[in-house]
Design a protein around this ligand. Structure first.
Ligand code: TYM
Length: 330
């Protein structure tokens, strides 16, 4: 079976619909066809300041959400990144292979650092994509399910794998991004030209929000001054985003939805979408609560995952160290 790896940051109280439709849904589906490794990337989380207690709690809540969404620890290796030290170890190796200019071209770093004075931006934020490359390469993953915003990081990962291989001999697999076009970028409900992201709460539909709260956010979604319910990302980004979410959660084609809503108003679409979201999140929320009620069981799942992950990661790291010329410990 080909291998898949992906990761998600534990930096919010809840995942949002962008995370789910852009990435996590594919994580769940790929368990059947791939040998899967999925991690909560807490090392990445500390590239910006985190409250220790919150970080611990959010790491558990993240794992609980992944389980609730259908990641099955019997079929997939689910773990916490900091439990597998090989990520950071290979990360250092990859940093030494990365050009300063190459790292400087990462657009996500440029966006995230632009708003702050240079001394408030940690070096970890700069090297973030290199650690991400190590996450992927240390499992020799063939595919990486992510949203559109991660495409450039995947290109860097492939470049680094290639560079290591040509310098030291074939060690790493060049991974392919697995990006599902229709849902690769879900937009903010308040600003339907930027991606839904944790930093702007009012436009973000969180999986663990009370359905009432989600309904309100959907009701207040920014649309346009026409009345027609039509998929047109240029002229109608707000309505198009709502249609994409609706279609992804119900499996109904965009053209079918356009026909369903012919002659109806934006209010009808929003009300129905709120119901669709409620139906989706209600069982997820219940399952999350179940996992959080038994943190010992949750921690046991994560420990088992880390053990399995380390078996694979340590073998790759050992091979890489040897090729680099590190003297093996006797
Ligand atoms: P993160 O934690 O920001 O997001 C997790 C996943 O959700 C996707 N995503 C979206 N997809 C569509 N529309 C959106 N609005 C949206 N917002 C987020 C992201 O593309 C991502 O797939 N750097 C990664 C974490 C990471 C990783 C890795 C991923 C660390 N190591 C190794 C893959 C492989 C990140 O910050 O994702």
């Amino acid at each position: 079976k080909p291998r898949v790896l992906s990761g998600i940051q534990p930096t919010a109280d809840s995942f949002h619909l962008g995370n789910y439709l852009g990435a996590l849904r594919q994580w769940v589906a790929m368990q059947d066809t791939h040998e899967a490794f999925y991690c909560v990337v807490d090392l990445h989380a500390i590239t910006v300041e985190q409250d220790p207690k919150k970080l611990r709690q959010r790491t558990r809540v993240s794992a609980a959400q992944l389980l609730a969404l259908g990641i099955d620890p019997a079929r997939s290796t689910l773990f916490v990144q900091s439990h597998v030290p090989e990520h950071a170890q290979l990360g250092w190796v990859m940093q030494c292979l990365t050009g300063f200019g190459e790292a400087s071209r990462m657009t996500q770093f440029k966006d995230k650092s632009a708003r702050q004075a240079a001394d408030h931006v940690g070096v970890g934020l700069f090297t973030y994509p290199i650690l991400q490359a190590a996450d992927i390469l240390v499992y020799r993953a063939n595919e990486v399910p992510v949203g559109e915003d991660q495409r450039q990081h995947l290109e860097l990962t492939r470049d680094l794998a290639q560079r290591f291989n040509s310098r030291y001999g074939k060690t790493f697999v060049l991974p392919e991004p697995h990006i599902v076009k229709d849902t690769a970028k879900i937009y903010d409900l308040q600003d339907p030209t930027s991606k839904m992201s944790k930093s702007v709460p009012a436009g973000v539909v969180e999986l663990l929000d009370e359905p009432k709260v989600s309904a309100k956010k959907i009701r207040s979604a920014v649309t346009d001054l026409e009345r027609e319910i039509r998929y047109d990302t240029e002229k109608k980004p707000g309505i198009s985003n709502l249609l994409v979410i609706y279609s992804a959660l119900t499996g109904r084609a965009l053209s079918a939805l356009e026909a369903d809503y012919e002659g109806k108003g934006y209010g009808d679409l929003k009300k129905d979408l709120a119901d669709v979201v409620t139906d989706f999140v209600t069982p997820v929320r219940e399952k999350v609560r179940g996992y959080l009620d038994d943190p010992a069981e949750l921690d046991k799942i994560l420990l088992g995952g880390a053990q399995r992950a380390r078996e694979v990661a340590s073998r790759t790291l050992e091979a890489a160290y040897k090729r680099i010329g590190f003297l093996p410990p006797a």
